[in-house]
Design a protein around this ligand. Sequence first.
Ligand code: SF4
Ligand code: SF4
Ligand code: FES
Length: 236
Amino acid sequence: MASPAETVRVFLMGKQHEVPKGLTIQKAMEYSGYRLLRGCGCRGGFCGACGTVYRVGSDYKLKVGLACQTVVEDQMYLAQIPFFPAVKASYKVEDLPPTAETIISLYPEVLRCVGCNTCRKVCPQEIEVMRYIAAAQRGDIAKVADLSFDCLMCGLCASRCPAEIVQYHVAILARRLYSRHIAKPAAHLSACVAGIERGACDADLDAMVAADGPKLRSLYNAREIEPESLESAGQE
Ligand code: SF4
Ligand code: SF4
Ligand code: FES
């Protein structure tokens, strides 16, 4: 941690705080006494819960970032967006054809895109949001699914869109349509499911059910996160 001299001033909900240099926004908030019950999840840049809008000093420019990934700067004025009031269609994906008409009937506002590219500029994942909205308009479901794959659902694109499109809900509809109606079943996944149904995991599951706390902790710490056998199966 920085020495007391190495601090920066940040403004949280309009109140000034002095925090050590080098902290992320999230850690600076906790250092200042906030307990993060909302707007904080994985702390690793994956869950999209910590969208944040900020300005620095007298610069007019509004910036955005993930609070768990963005390091504080002196005179940062910060506001959290743990939730964005976004319209969300309800549907049964199995009943929907994977077409432009499906997307446009559920989210007609996609046709209002003005091509400003603001969504791309604010996306912390550098996703080509404007391009996937264009693909959604023409019904290229596979393209939307591909371009939006790394979306964290942080909501920052929708918060700045002048056409009031909720891009990430359009994208998740396209990914659902793609996986339900277009993607071919994955051979390795089918093999895994068949193995589970034959009881391949029963002994391990029984051992976990019977384990006490310390044993469970040691099993958890020794787990394989991406077993090489699965990775190579996925590349076949
Ligand atoms: S911010 Fe909205 S209007 Fe602008 S390009 Fe993105 S989707 Fe279109
Ligand atoms: S596409 Fe939108 S919701 Fe998804 S990560 Fe980018 S800014 Fe966040
Ligand atoms: S807490 Fe999950 S992305 Fe920041």
